[in-house]
Design a protein around this ligand. Structure first.
Ligand SMILES: *[C@@H]1O[C@H](CO)[C@@H](O)[C@H](O)[C@H]1NC(C)=O
Ligand SMILES: *[C@@H]1O[C@H](CO)[C@@H](O)[C@H](O)[C@H]1NC(C)=O
Ligand SMILES: *[C@@H]1O[C@H](CO)[C@@H](O)[C@H](O)[C@H]1NC(C)=O
Ligand SMILES: *[C@@H]1O[C@H](CO)[C@@H](O)[C@H](O)[C@H]1NC(C)=O
Ligand SMILES: *[C@@H]1O[C@H](CO)[C@@H](O)[C@H](O)[C@H]1NC(C)=O
Ligand SMILES: *[C@@H]1O[C@H](CO)[C@@H](O)[C@H](O)[C@H]1NC(C)=O
Length: 887
């Protein structure tokens, strides 16, 4: 096979870098090493050499064709077990959509069974392995606080347990869509809201998705240039039982499973492009800038969405009806009583798993799509697998790392969300830590657990109307990520209130439950405190301060008045008590009774009058208050907005915005660099801090390096950054902080970096080594056996090692990031003269983007997310292991 020879050429290229590295070792800068890496990795030939060097799913060498044998075992397996293969699901649903369009029918049959990996539940499907709700709750240590014995039927406790045994479930409306064989015994209507072990929550979630989760209103299939196909859904059984899969396989046009091809076959007539896409608007502006209309920050929901209330429910689409009902409920709620809407995973603190204390907490996962703690489980157990590994039913071996899995998930989910909103002309901008990560290299931090974005309330409302309770599917060219959009009901409330709903909405990764927090920005009655006013001195006008002062003064007056009322009330109470005591006395002194009674009545009358007068005062006070400006009025006038967690911003901090990219997708950030930095809300030095937790930001590489990798490299060349400790002692802890290894790195930069590169070469080519060996054998070269090959290679001097691989592979990192970080550097040079997070000595061999026009034009093209798609990565990691083993 041709592509088996390729790695050799590739390897020789890498080997030539190593030779070069030897030569440059005397240098004091690592720039020449990185420049030679760029030289090789920007060669277009690289793209097809190694599965790790593909930026598009379209080029994927991992699983290009699903063979007959595989499809047969897939079909058989799914008769009695759960299995998810995104390639099959996407192909079948897209093909159905195609026929649906030609037949002009409306809805696509939907089942979560086809869209999520439910294979966790397979262990309960074997004979005698199924569990009743009660057995399940006992086994996974749910801390329930109610009586539950074996003779209680599940239906009688369902209000508390949210769980029905299969016997009781199968006769319900939901149950009729499910095959009894595929039910694990327990069926959760939602999360059982008591803490348990995390695996309990994972099974709970999978059971909910299987048995109860409502269908999404729409599926959005993203295509090129920010367009999409939109399909309405109807609840159904899986594609194996409703005939979708069979029809696909037997149709005349069947030509294997290829979602990219299926998508391209869809009738372009139905492809949607939003008329307000920023793409068109920015193209018309030479500076690629845009203003946010300030009315986007203040929405009168009753007026804006009056049309929904004037339309009969039966004429509304599912999403419109859902939104209308939410508004109704929201109007009825009191800010102080709104229950928490978004739901994370609640686990027993510090419980043990596989002999270690669980460190992750559930706050970074949505409870419905939770598939286990990614960084607590061995790779073999993380629920996202190559379907082939599950079919094989043997123990899964994998070289996947939790960091890479999380990075891939967040990267593709972000790409999806930014792509959708940008192309629908909805303002959505990176915020908090996400904005900070953008500042460095326009990608998420490798340690991120979630992402944060903000939307003006008007844009958020439209986003929720269009996308709430819908699933957005990534363009299959880039991967198979799916984001489920969930907006809190109380969207009309813009104050913090009880703090339950400081996050307005989320887009949730369907595979894992990881998510991006979306918060709305709006004028509100919440007001800035002293600290904020001080911090924002630059951004708030004097007039605002004057208005705030007036408000404060009138409040002060109110306080004084209140104090006066309180004093009066106290005096009156004392008086009343005195009268009471006197009345007691009167009872004794009967002779004076009549006289005193009279005076008592008189006093009481007087008191009642005063009470009436109090009420009148109150009313007057309220009226007076209404005449003054409320906080919201002041904020509206001075354009001050906040999210429900009381982060305040002035309009000038946002607008105008300019085009940029985040995780390869288009988005917008403030043009004014000082405005931008003020949004991050951290002090100036932290903004340029290249050491963070377990990572170091390498300016020449424009990427984060894992401190433990640096440590490994240091130790390998005999440098111990912690001389007071033995090597073995240090190596035990892979959580070493960047500040502990960086001083040694700075002093020996070239040597340490050279070692990092060598370790990365080994990592990318462990498989190539085998190909190389086979190739050499085949060709009957002089080298006849493996040890000779290794010996030969070690002289190059790339050497074969069996040591732990680096967490972050420098070649893969540069290969996938290069265009994005190149553009980011170019834009920061154009827009922000204080940005210095790159190395001027780097020559990256990419087309220079030296002005706003060329940059803007490049940014408006489609780009893949800079991380390998999750399923490609997982497949590779599970396959790679096999290769390593056979060797
Ligand atoms: C089981 O619990 C129910 C209440 O849920 C109670 O009525 C019944 O007596 C209990 N039975 C046993 C055997 O404890
Ligand atoms: C299952 O594993 C065997 C042996 O490791 C392999 O030959 C076979 O191709 C695998 N099947 C699938 C579907 O990957
Ligand atoms: C979003 O959808 C969910 C589920 O259908 C619903 O409970 C919620 O109120 C909706 N939110 C908005 C803002 O429409
Ligand atoms: C950015 O905003 C700051 C603060 O308002 C202002 O002083 C500065 O002039 C602005 N810079 C530009 C280039 O407009
Ligand atoms: C491989 O080659 C080396 C060097 O020629 C030789 O010592 C060794 O015995 C060979 N091994 C095998 C398995 O043929
Ligand atoms: C980078 O810029 C920051 C802020 O302007 C400054 O504090 C820092 O010293 C600069 N670092 C270098 C290496 O120039």
């Amino acid at each position: 096979m041709l592509h088996q020879f390729a790695p050799l050429r590739f390897r020789r290229k890498l080997a030539s870098i190593s030779l070069l590295l030897v030569i440059v070792q005397n240098e004091t800068s690592i720039a020449p090493i990185i420049n030679s890496i760029y030289k090789i990795l920007t060669n277009p030939k690289i793209d097809n050499l190694n599965p790790k060097f593909t930026s598009h799913f379209i080029n994927s060498k991992i699983d290009t064709e699903l063979d007959e044998k595989y499809i047969k075992s897939y079909l058989e397996f799914r008769q009695s077990k759960h299995l998810y293969d995104p390639i099959i699901t996407l192909s079948v649903y897209l093909n159905y959509l195609n026929t649906q369009y030609s037949e002009n029918s409306v809805k696509i049959p939907f089942s979560w069974e086809d869209w999520v990996d439910l294979s966790y539940l397979n262990e309960f499907l074997d004979d005698g392995k199924s569990l009743t709700c009660k057995q399940f709750v006992d086994k996974y240590k749910y801390e329930i606080d109610f009586e539950w014995n074996d003779s209680t039927p599940s239906s009688s406790l369902v209000d508390k347990t949210n769980c029905l045994d299969t016997m009781d479930y199968i006769i319900t409306d939901e149950g009729k869509h499910r095959s009894k064989k595929l039910l694990p015994g327990f069926n959760f209507q939602k999360k059982l809201d008591k803490v348990s072990t995390f695996m309990g929550k994972a099974y709970n979630a999978k059971s909910y998705l299987l048995s109860y989760a409502p269908k999404p209103d729409f599926i959005y299939f993203l295509t090129d240039n920010g367009k999409y196909f939109r399909a309405e859904t109807k609840q159904s059984s899986s594609m194996l039982r409703n005939g979708l899969l069979k029809n696909f396989l037997t149709s005349e046009s069947y030509n294997g499973f290829n979602p990219i091809e299926q998508l391209s076959k869809l009738n372009k007539f139905y492809e949607i492009e939003h008329e307000h896409t920023f793409k068109l608007r920015l193209n018309n502006d030479n500076n690629y800038q845009i203003d946010i209309p300030d009315e986007n920050f203040d929405v009168d929901f009753a007026t804006r969405y009056k049309y929904l209330f004037e339309t009969d429910d039966s004429l509304l689409k599912d999403n419109e009806l859902n939104f209308k009902n939410s508004l109704k409920r929201s109007f009825q709620m009191k800010t102080e009583d709104i229950p928490k809407y978004l739901d994370e995973v609640n686990i027993t603190p510090n419980h043990e798993y596989r002999g270690h204390k669980v460190r992750e907490n559930g706050n970074h996962y949505d409870s419905r799509f939770f598939a286990g703690f990614i960084s607590e489980m061995p790779a073999s157990e993380i629920s996202i697998h190559n379907p082939r590994s599950i079919l094989n039913n043997s123990e899964i071996k994998s070289t996947a790392t939790p960091e890479n899995i999380k990075n891939s998930i967040l990267s593709h989910l972000s790409h999806l969300l930014f792509t959708v909103t940008f192309n629908d002309g909805l303002f959505l901008i990176p915020a908090h830590g996400t904005l900070l990560s953008w500042y460095f290299n326009s990608m998420s931090f490798p340690w991120d657990e979630d992402a944060d974005v903000q939307m003006p309330i008007g844009d958020l409302a439209e986003f929720c109307l269009r996308y709430n309770n819908s699933m957005v599917v990534e363009n299959p060219k880039y991967g198979t990520a799916k984001g489920y959009v969930d907006c809190g009901t109380a969207i009309t409330h813009r104050e913090k209130g009880n703090g339950n709903n400081i996050i307005d909405a989320r887009i949730i990764d369907v595979d894992s439950g990881m998510y991006i927090d979306i918060t709305g920005l709006s004028v509100s009655e919440d007001e800035m405190d002293e600290n904020y006013l001080k911090k924002f001195d630059k951004w708030v006008s004097n007039e605002l301060k004057i208005d705030y002062n007036i408000l404060q003064e009138s409040r002060q007056k109110e306080v004084e008045m209140e104090r006066a009322y309180k004093l009066r009330d106290e005096r009156e109470r004392a008086e009343k008590e005195k009268l009471q005591r006197e009345r007691e006395l009167l009872k004794i002194e009967k002779e004076n009774l009549e006289k005193e009674k009279e005076s008592f009545e008189a006093a009481k009358k007087n008191y009642d009058n005063k009470e009436n007068k109090n009420d009148a005062d109150d009313k007057q006070r309220k009226e007076k208050r209404n005449l003054e400006k409320s906080v919201k009025d002041i904020h509206k006038q001075h354009k001050i907005f906040n999210c429900r967690n009381r982060h305040f911003y002035s309009y000038d901090q946002f607008s105008p915005l300019r085009l940029t990219l985040y995780e390869g997708a288009p988005t917008l950030v403030a043009v004014n660099d000082s405005a931008l930095r003020s949004q991050v809300e951290i002090d100036h030095d932290a903004l340029f801090n290249t050491e963070h937790k377990n990572y170091h930001f390498s300016k020449p590489l424009r990427a984060w390096l894992y401190a433990y990798d640096i440590l490994q490299a240091e130790l390998a060349i005999g440098l111990n950054p912690k001389p007071d400790k033995s090597v073995n002692e240090i190596k035990k802890n892979n959580q070493i902080e960047a500040r502990e290894v960086c001083p040694t790195y700075r002093e020996n930069q070239v040597k340490v970096f050279y070692e990092l590169v060598k370790q990365s070469i080994y990592d990318t080519t462990s498989e190539d080594l085998i190909y190389t060996y086979e190739y050499l054998m085949d060709e009957e070269r002089n080298l006849k056996n493996q040890s000779q090959v290794i010996n030969y290679l070690s002289k190059i001097p790339v050497y074969f090692k069996t040591e732990k691989k680096p967490f972050i592979n420098i070649f893969e990192e540069v290969y996938h990031n290069k265009e994005l970080t190149h553009a980011h550097e170019a834009e920061m040079k154009l827009y922000d003269n204080t940005w210095n997070l790159s190395d001027p000595n780097i020559i990256d061999n990419l087309k220079p983007l030296t002005n706003k026009e060329s940059l803007g034009e490049w940014m408006l093209k489609d780009h893949a997310p800079p991380r390998v798609p999750l399923y490609d990565y997982i497949k590779f990691a599970e396959q790679e292991f096999k290769i390593d083993k056979t060797e």
